[in-house]
Design a protein around this ligand. Structure first.
Ligand code: AMP
Ligand code: ZN
Length: 114
């Protein structure tokens, strides 16, 4: 998918109006429109990368995970715990082909996932 047709690129360019839970020069975060837990936030790099298999820049995920942990703390999830998910490709259930981390928390999550 080209970045012009990408939902998260459109949000990044502010072509689609969405509330950012967090933003800096590298990433932004939004609340998932279809939450799977009381807290369900997507942490999204500003740079378009289709998924983790297409990632060339090693620094992106380090920065993104660091940001995610800060957002989890802001959401008071550090003590109770939380889950991070990176759906990748068809079997991974990826529906938006712009790399992102799901932050899920606020309830006890079961394992294994469906
Ligand atoms: P994935 O299925 O891992 O690619 O995750 C994409 C996520 O984006 C899904 O959990 C969707 O619910 C979420 N999503 C799709 N459209 C929007 C939107 N307009 N605003 C917020 N979240 C969205
Ligand atoms: Zn994109």
């Amino acid at each position: 998918m080209t970045s012009e047709k990408c939902l998260f690129c459109s949000m990044n360019k502010k072509e689609i109006k969405v509330d950012f839970v967090y933003e800096d020069e590298h990433a932004f975060a939004i609340r998932d429109i279809n939450p799977q837990a009381p807290t369900h936030i997507l942490i999204i790099p500003r740079q378009h990368v289709d998924n983790i298999s297409k990632l060339d820049d090693k620094a992106i995920m380090g920065s993104l995970f660091h940001t995610t942990a800060r957002i989890a703390d802001q959401e008071n999830l550090t003590k109770s715990g939380f889950r991070l998910v990176v759906n990748t490709g068809d079997d991974g259930g990826q529906t938006v082909h712009h790399l992102h981390i799901h932050l899920l928390g606020g309830r006890s999550l079961t394992w294994p996932p469906g």
